[in-house]
Design a protein around this ligand. Structure first.
Ligand SMILES: NC(=O)c1ccc[n+]([C@@H]2O[C@H](COP(=O)([O-])OP(=O)(O)OC[C@H]3O[C@@H](n4cnc5c(N)ncnc54)[C@H](O)[C@@H]3O)[C@@H](O)[C@H]2O)c1
Ligand SMILES: C[C@@H](O)[C@H](N)C(=O)O
Length: 373
């Protein structure tokens, strides 16, 4: 049985290859087929037909959440408006619809996703669709479908069509048995939320596809992301966005985490820039495929104190949400990201003082404009 022997030898080589090996041992998805949905015999039909020096053609899934619109704006500035397609299952607001290409895409609909990738000659896929930690606990079945079944569709399509694939992971991919202060890239990962479990699954599946068939999978574990012009989608770190809006609009904020709950956080501009940078990094620079990225860590009490330096009348009270508190108590308190800094030059720009100033400037001017109208 020479064929069987050859295949098992190749598989053995792949399994024994070091983590960063993606050169000679990597196999095209066309030579080893995983999924009955994969096209094997005529796969060359799908191969990218335009010059490799062209700008990438990017599809962003789940693009109407907290992060997608900002990422589309950044990528469009770099690669041209029409080379970045935003997609979601929700109806876009007018300003988003008018700002560049938008398309309906449900990541659970495999055929529709494939059609979009083929018809638009997509070369990069940024997979943002997900249910976050708190909403995931409230709807485990949906979270399992979107975060796990949806990811399988994304992986298969990316492997079939030779895409560069970015999937964000999170501080939530760690759990109570992980070292928490600081949390390194490689350590025990036993999260206790469906969100965390699905993100560890995404990290491992992406790395498996990378080693097994050369999928260009790239993944960053984001901290809690803080943004001024987009709302968070139901996570444990949402309080750190809401406090700015409430401070400016009502001068009162009710926090759903205990005052001393320390979590890693990052301003959205740093997060989106990191995403672009890791996507543009040469493959040889990446010694790993999943990296922690870090900027700052603070507690609600520390954040409130800093905001009160600018808005001294702000009143903060605490009404603890036990679900969110239990999640936060199992997550990293600070993040160790030296590998990202060493391998592809990651460097955050916003610490707490710059974050506070930028958020208050934006929300303050936004609410002054709203009052004037
Ligand atoms: N925002 C953060 O603090 C943070 C931190 C770490 C990691 N992340 C990750 O970054 C990504 C984007 O986060 P976000 O904050 O923008 O999330 P979000 O919850 O704000 O948005 C997620 C989007 O996914 C869409 N979606 C849900 N089901 C879908 C489906 N079946 N098909 C297509 N789209 C669907 C939703 O409509 C929503 O617009 C997520 O994968 C998240 O896990 C975010
Ligand atoms: C941390 C992150 O993954 C998200 N903001 C959440 O709290 O669920």
């Amino acid at each position: 049985m020479p064929v069987v022997r050859t295949v098992s030898k190749v598989v053995q080589q792949v399994l024994l290859a070091p983590a960063c090996s993606c050169g000679p041992l990597s196999l095209s998805v066309r030579s080893i087929s995983f999924s009955p949905r994969q096209v094997t015999s005529d796969a060359s039909f799908h191969s990218v037909s335009f010059s490799e020096t062209d700008h990438p053609r990017v599809l962003i899934t789940g693009g109407l959440g907290q992060l997608g619109v900002g990422l589309a704006k950044l990528l469009r500035k770099r690669f041209g408006k029409n080379n970045v397609i935003l997609s979601d299952i929700r109806k876009p607001p007018d300003h988003v619809f008018r700002s560049g290409p938008f398309i309906y895409s449900d990541i659970l609909d495999y055929k529709n996703l494939r059609e979009i990738v083929v018809n638009n000659r997509i070369t990069w896929l940024v997979h943002y669709s997900a249910l976050l930690s708190a909403v995931g606990e409230a709807n485990v079945t949906l979270a399992r479908n979107v975060n796990i079944t949806g990811l399988h569709n994304i992986l298969d399509i990316s492997a079939e069509h030779g895409l560069r694939l970015f999937v964000p992971s999170t501080i939530g991919a760690f759990g109570p048995t992980s070292p928490r202060n600081p949390t390194p890239d490689l350590c025990i990962q036993r999260p206790r939320t469906i969100y965390g479990v699905s993100k560890v699954h995404a990290e491992l599946m992406g790395e498996y596809y990378h080693h097994r068939n050369g999928l260009d999978f790239r993944c960053l574990r984001y901290p809690g992301i803080i943004s001024a012009d987009s709302q968070p989608g139901g996570g444990t770190t949402d309080y750190a966005v809401q406090i700015f809006h409430d401070a400016v609009k009502t001068g009162k904020f009710v926090c759903n985490l205990k005052p001393d709950t320390r979590l890693p956080m990052m301003f959205i501009d740093d997060c989106l820039r990191a995403t672009l940078e890791v996507m543009e990094a040469p493959a040889e620079a990446l010694s790993m495929r999943t990296y922690n990225i870090n900027a700052m860590s603070f507690t609600p009490e520390e954040l409130a104190r800093e905001v009160q330096k600018q808005l001294p009348d702000l009143q903060v009270t605490y009404e603890i949400d036990p679900v969110r508190q239990a999640i936060a108590d199992s997550w990293p308190m600070s993040f160790e990201d030296s590998n990202a800094r060493k391998d592809w030059g990651w460097k955050h720009e916003y610490d707490l003082p710059e974050l506070i100033q930028t958020m208050l400037n934006f929300i303050g001017s936004d609410s002054r404009i709203a009052h004037a109208n």
